[in-house]
Design a protein around this ligand. Structure first.
Ligand code: PMP
Length: 428
């Protein structure tokens, strides 16, 4: 496929935007080449500026669970836009989406909307600190909770891709309150609690990690975190920015049967508009301003266009819960197909999958944490990524990102993808 116009657009963008992009992983730095510039998208396909049609496994990094430019979402937004794009005053739509979200997700009474997953996680931690009166937070190496200071410590996603998991610019004073544990290792968490008995406000975790590739929690791991939090009076924060409304109506809490104290959302909840949210039970949420002393605010928070997109998206998922099953079946089909082909060609790999999140790691080591994820062969990934792109399939341009399936993908698309792997596997 030809990506001539994309290359020209990227060269122009580099003059005015750092690295030519507004979010680092888009720049293709770790896979080489120039990013594909998108003109439009519909259903399972992206259409780029060179006129290529690409099968999309990024889904805007998660939100497009029902496919791109999904009619109910587009209609809701266009109708709303005619009435004005922002008021900075309350609207009924905010209550409608809040009510629906609270009815879909277990263990939450109230939800507050913000503009990104970063804001949601940053605010959730502030709330946990305000509620407990403690400063320290435990996070896991390889988990990504957005780019606010407290989380850029051994962070996943782009920070891991570019080798800057500990970003310059994060003050030492802030970093010292972020304690680092190992995913799937409850002992590493216990040790931190024992050494910081009355100081830990919360554990924040991606219940299914998606930012060091997809990594599943082993049996007993999250249960162990729940009991440690109960024992030491800390809060358990599930970062469900990726998993919320993707794995099930009630997200990972529902699928895994584990209660979190605070849950953060992003991506699907905004239907593709810039939205994040955090939620908890009344006792905790009532600590937020204007009811309580923990301050958090936003000029554009609860924006009418964003809320109407999110409401249309959640309404459809609420009314058609079979979507989650359909997505899971499609992802399982892809998983089996790719595994069969890579085995046939003798390419060492691990495939991790949960629901409609999946990632292929080119390593012989079982991938269960940050270190094992980092053993993946990036040269093989680069060849895989570009081979697939050449076949008209757009994967996330980093081995440390999960792929997200959307329900507009057909079995023909999946077969096409599996056949493409068969074509390129001999060169891996
Ligand atoms: N938490 C998780 C689990 C994420 O995957 C992301 C983004 N990929 C974020 C938080 C941050 O969200 P945003 O990019 O919307 O700020």
């Amino acid at each position: 496929m030809i990506y001539q116009r994309s290359s020209a657009l990227f060269a122009e963008a580099e003059k005015y935007i750092p690295g030519g992009v507004n979010s680092p992983v888009r720049a293709f730095k770790s896979v080489g080449g120039t990013p594909v510039f998108i003109e439009k998208a519909k259903g399972a396909y992206l259409y780029d500026e060179d006129g290529n049609r690409l099968i999309d496994y990024i889904a805007s990094w998660g939100p497009m669970i029902l496919g791109h430019a999904h009619d109910p979402v587009i209609n809701a937004v266009t109708e709303k836009a005619k009435k004005g794009t922002s008021f900075g005053m309350p609207t009924e739509t905010e209550t409608e989406i809040a009510k629906l979200a609270v009815s879909m997700v277990p263990n939450i009474d109230k939800i507050r909307f913000v503009n990104s997953g970063t804001e949601a996680c940053m605010s959730a931690v502030r709330l946990a600190r305000g509620y407990t009166g403690r400063d320290k937070v435990i996070k896991f190496a390889g988990c990504y909770h957005g780019h606010s200071d407290a989380f850029l410590i051994q962070a996943g996603s782009g920070a891991m891709t570019f080798g800057t998991p500990n970003s310059p610019g994060v003050p030492r004073g802030t970093a010292k309150d972020t304690l680092l544990a190992t995913y799937n290792d409850p002992e590493s968490v216990k040790t931190l609690f024992e050494a910081n008995k009355d100081d830990i406000a919360a554990i924040i975790i991606e219940p299914i990690a998606g930012n060091m590739g997809c990594i599943l929690p082993e049996k007993g791991f999250l249960e162990g975190l729940r009991s440690l939090c109960d024992e030491y009076g800390a809060l358990l924060i599930f970062d469900e920015v990726m998993t919320g409304f993707r794995l099930a109506k009630g997200g990972a809490q529902e699928v895994l049967g584990i209660r979190a104290d605070i849950v953060t959302f992003g991506k699907v909840i905004g239907g593709g508009m810039p939205v994040g949210a955090f939620a908890s039970r009344n006792e905790i949420m009532d600590h937020l301003a204007p009811l309580g002393p923990v301050y958090q605010a936003g000029t554009l928070s609860g924006n009418p266009l964003a809320m109407s997109a999110g409401l249309a998206m959640l309404t459809e998922l609420d009314q058609k819960p079979e979507t989650f099953k359909s997505l899971e079946e499609k992802t399982q089909y892809l998983h089996k197909g790719i595994a069969r082909i890579l085995n046939k060609h003798g390419v060492p790999h691990q495939i991790n999958r949960m629901g409609s999140m999946i990632s292929v790691h080119f390593t012989e080591v079982e991938v269960r944490d940050f270190d094992s994820s980092a053993t993946g062969n990036n040269d093989t990934f680069k060849k895989f990524f570009h081979g697939m792109l050449n076949e008209g399939i757009h994967l996330p341009p980093s081995a440390f990102e999960s792929w997200f399936l959307n329900d507009a993908l057909s079995y023909e698309d999946l077969d096409y993808t599996i056949n493409a792997v068969d074509k390129i596997a001999p060169s891996l």
